[in-house]
Ligand binder design. Sequence first.
Ligand code: ZN
Length: 68
Amino acid sequence: MSIIDTVKEALGSGPSAKSRPDDGSKGAYWCDDCDVRIRDVDLEGEANCPECGQEMRFEAATGRSCAC
Ligand SMILES: [Zn+2]
């Protein structure tokens, strides 16, 4: 999916409700070693990587137009 499509969907015209940002999510947890990403709203319990068990890094979703 291109960045433009992602932005369009984020603006509210997307048919899928799954990727909408209005579900209370403030960001996601990342494990840099495993490339595992878990959204904060999907996380249950502690922020540990399901693959390696290490503590995951929280990354806030501050702007959906930034691709960096
Ligand atoms: Zn990991």
